[in-house]
Design a protein around this ligand. Structure first.
Ligand code: MD3
Ligand code: FE
Length: 206
């Protein structure tokens, strides 16, 4: 990688534009492998609403949601087996992204895979089900673009908006680790590598 354009969204939140472009096709093949073992599924929130985005996980634990709450589980409740191992391309992009953002020892144990189809969205929320907030979250966007919003530590207050495009990597550490964030509705479109969809990988230390 010869140069990386970086945009700071808020204190601790940075976009590394196109940082995963060189590995995007490998990541998409690896997503297919993970999904063939632990399929994408829709989940309900504790209040009983179904999330529009479909999701699965790989790594030593996985984020799950049902009427009982949000939590990490060692086994996939759908297959009753361990989650798939994190594929090598996932490990590579997570480590490279942590390092470029100033976290040279970053070793996430979980990757949540979200798949958006047109009309799907994710409302403003915090990621606070993990056990170590000193470690950043790395997010990789693949396929169709989406509008992303990030605010501060309270739901009220101003937000910053940016379009996330194929290959973008975001790193959220320090004060941004617990920031409110969400994405708008995925618009209709066709991406040469993903068709009518967007994938987001979020690497976490849980
Ligand atoms: C800022 N995913 O899975 S990615 C999520 O596009 C999630 O699928 C969105 O929010 C998506 O929890 C947004 C960017 C992102 C991910 C995690 C964050 C931003 C974040 C955690 C803390 C602060
Ligand atoms: Fe989130």
């Amino acid at each position: 990688m010869i140069e990386t354009r970086v945009t700071q969204l808020t204190s601790g939140a940075h976009v590394f534009h196109g940082y995963a472009l060189d590995i995007a096709e490998e990541l998409l093949k690896e997503i297919d492998l993970v999904v063939s073992v632990s399929p994408l599924r829709s989940v309900v929130t504790p209040s009983g609403k179904s999330m529009s985005v479909k999701m699965t996980n790989c790594g030593t634990r996985g984020w799950v949601s049902d009427r009982r709450g949000y939590r990490y589980e060692e086994k996939d409740p759908v297959t009753a087996k361990k989650w798939p191992v994190m594929p090598p391309g996932f490990v590579a992009i997570a480590k490279r992204s942590g390092a470029v953002a100033g976290y040279p020892d970053y070793e996430p144990n979980v990757c949540l895979i979200n798949r958006y189809e047109p009309g799907n969205c994710m409302g403003l929320h915090q990621d606070k089900d993990e056990r170590d907030f000193s470690q950043p979250i790395v997010s990789v966007s693949l396929g169709l673009s989406i509008s992303f919003k990030i605010g501060g530590l309270s739901r009220q207050g101003s937000t910053t908006r940016i379009d996330l495009v194929h290959g973008d990597v975001l790193v959220f550490g320090g004060p941004a680790r617990l920031a409110y964030h969400g994405v708008g509705k995925l618009r209709e479109g066709e991406h040469p590598l993903t068709g009518k969809s967007r994938f987001n990988l979020t690497f976490r230390v849980s």
